[in-house]
Design a protein around this ligand. Structure first.
Ligand code: HEM
Length: 531
């Protein structure tokens, strides 16, 4: 390293270094580097690398005779627009929306993506899978779940789980889920918050496990309510899949097969599910067979797994067939995939908002005291009376949506209603936060979070200014269950614990990867049991 020291003492080089240090952009970049999480830096690294692989696709798209959306200028060599999104995401996106309208192209993470807002964003969210596909945009091309599951199980995830969810967890069945969720959250507290003073160093993992304790007995079955292996796999599967994303972004697709054997951490979760859940499915099916023979109802508890067990598919000749127990046991991981990350993140956002805003915490505590005082568990009817909790929940969900999300892949050249066209293969992003608030800067400061702005509109009812659960035919069917879990957790945790950050500092409730994707605050927490 001697030569580096020598270089620094060279006068012209020193002058140049001084000059660069004085540039405002250098300060911003160094600040950003210091502030960035490891994930963000990996994103930028991956972006730079991938740009080289995507140049040919870019040139090809330019040559096609399509009415392409405007390309936002000032794309930096290699970085594209990624740095603007990291440094000033709200202002940059609002400026793009104002200047380039509802559909335009950005170079993000090494790729040209089409960003939609306003009506075009609604159009992208409601589009048919055959035109714009989330399965191909995110589930396969980004998360590579197809490396983990075979085609049949992918089919359960994409086609069967949404259908079963609509039957297993509709709004009308929420009252019957209350006791199971309550048992689950008490188990979570017994296991995860045993001490009088509990230090939570990794809030992300804590919330995922907490949600898994609540969800497993309700969605999969009471048999697994205290099965730590099943609960940990339910909690950890999504995180293990996401862990590999940066690696797959860095390695060109034709080399993925070579790295696969080293990143198969999801396999252990499949083994756990096959070990514990498959035998229970066999028992349930035997019970169903005997009941059918006797002409009686089987009496098995209705839940998500039971919905999957009863689901009848058609083979290629149109004959009814059912999935086998191993396929179904693996498919439970896809239920976990849809539910744990989303629910735990919004539970965590809620608590960090309450810590960051003592005024909101005071209002919620007052409402809890008025509606369900004492130590008895909350009922479904009482939850319905908690207007502040409903408004708070809706605002948490609106605030926590990604700035750019729902990256759908164009399965063929796609034409928007306004005439702009995107070539086959292009990723089309929706500006969720812009849809929720009109502009990204609106209510972007912690002090501007305002539950009253939801004006008693129900936190599970989608609207043009509330797209956190999606819209159209792919609207989240698990939203009633998720909101009920989060609300019940908040009531129980606030009744029983004083919760604050370990540092005593005010947290930033929602942080973002690469300026766009909403993620948990990582500030360690302390839960102090109330006497
Ligand atoms: C706060 C928690 C949750 C959030 C924010 C959330 C968000 C979303 C969003 C935005 C979509 C739409 C994706 C698209 O446009 O294609 C979606 C779909 C879906 N969600 Fe959720 N979700 C949550 C919880 C859950 C839970 C608890 C379950 C299951 C019990 C679930 C099951 C599903 C399924 C199966 C789909 C696919 C629907 C389809 O393709 O038709 N979600 N979710």
């Amino acid at each position: 390293m001697d030569y580096l020291n020598k270089l620094q003492t060279n006068a012209p080089i020193q002058n140049a270094i001084q000059l660069i240090k004085q540039l405002p952009v250098t300060h911003r970049l160094t600040d950003m580097y210091k502030r960035s999480t490891k994930n963000e830096l990996m994103f930028v690294g991956a972006a730079t690398f991938i740009t080289l692989y995507n140049l040919s696709a870019y040139i090809k798209a330019q040559r096609q005779k399509l009415n392409l959306p405007p390309a936002v200028p000032f794309s930096l060599p290699l970085f594209g627009h990624t740095l603007y999104l990291m440094i000033m995401p709200n202002k940059f996106l609002d400026w793009c929306n104002e200047k380039y309208g509802e559909v335009y192209n950005l170079d993000v993470n090494g790729k040209t993506v089409t960003v939609t807002n306003g009506k075009s964003s609604e159009e992208a969210m409601k589009a048919n899978q055959e035109d714009l596909s989330l399965e191909h945009g995110i589930v396969r091309d980004l998360l590579h779940l197809d490396y983990v599951f075979d085609a049949d199980i992918m089919d359960i995830g994409v086609r069967v789980n949404p259908a079963v969810a609509k039957i297993a967890v509709p709004n009308s069945k929420m009252p019957q889920y209350v006791p199971g969720i309550q048992r689950g959250l008490e188990n979570a507290v017994d296991e995860l918050l045993k001490q009088d003073v509990n230090h939570i160093q990794e809030p992300n993992l804590f919330f995922q496990n907490f949600v898994a304790y609540m969800s497993v007995p309700s969605l999969v079955g009471d048999e697994f309510g205290l099965n730590k292996e099943v609960i940990q796999s339910f909690a950890g599967f999504t995180g293990d899949v996401i862990k590999n994303v940066a690696l797959f972004m860095l390695v060109p697709k034709f080399l993925h097969k070579l790295v696969l054997p080293y990143v198969q951490s999801a396999k252990k979760h499949q083994d756990v599910m096959a070990k514990y859940i498959a035998p229970v499915i066999i028992q349930r099916r035997e019970k169903m067979r005997l009941a059918a023979e006797a002409g009686e109802a089987h009496g098995l508890e209705e839940n998500f797994l039971q919905g999957l067990v009863e689901y009848t598919n058609k083979d290629k000749d149109g004959n009814p067939v059912q999935f086998n127990e191993i396929e179904l046991a693996h498919a439970v991981l896809l239920v976990a995939f849809a539910s744990v990350h989303t629910t735990s993140m919004n539970l965590s956002f809620s608590l960090y908002w309450l810590i960051a805003r003592p005024d909101l915490m005071a209002k919620l505590l007052q409402e809890i005291e008025e509606v369900c005082p004492g130590s008895s568990p909350i009922t479904h009817a009482e939850l319905g009376q908690m207007k502040f909790l409903n408004n708070f929940m809706r605002e948490v969900l609106r605030q926590g949506s990604d700035r750019l999300a729902n990256g759908k892949k164009a399965m063929r050249d796609y034409t928007f209603a306004n005439g702009y066209q995107v070539p086959k293969g292009r990723i089309v992003e929706s500006s969720l936060r812009q849809l929720n608030f009109g502009n990204n800067v609106i209510r972007s400061e912690v002090d501007e979070m305002d539950p009253d702005m939801s004006m008693n509109r129900i936190s599970t009812t989608p609207a043009r200014d509330f797209v956190s659960f999606g819209m159209g035919k792919h609207l989240c069917p698990g939203r009633f269950f998720a909101v009920q879990e989060i609300q019940m957790s908040l009531v129980y945790l606030l009744k029983n614990f004083e919760i604050k950050t370990a540092s005593g500092k005010r947290p930033e409730p929602v942080t973002r990867i690469a300026g766009t994707i909403a993620t948990n605050c990582e500030e360690p927490l302390v839960f102090i049991a109330k006497k």
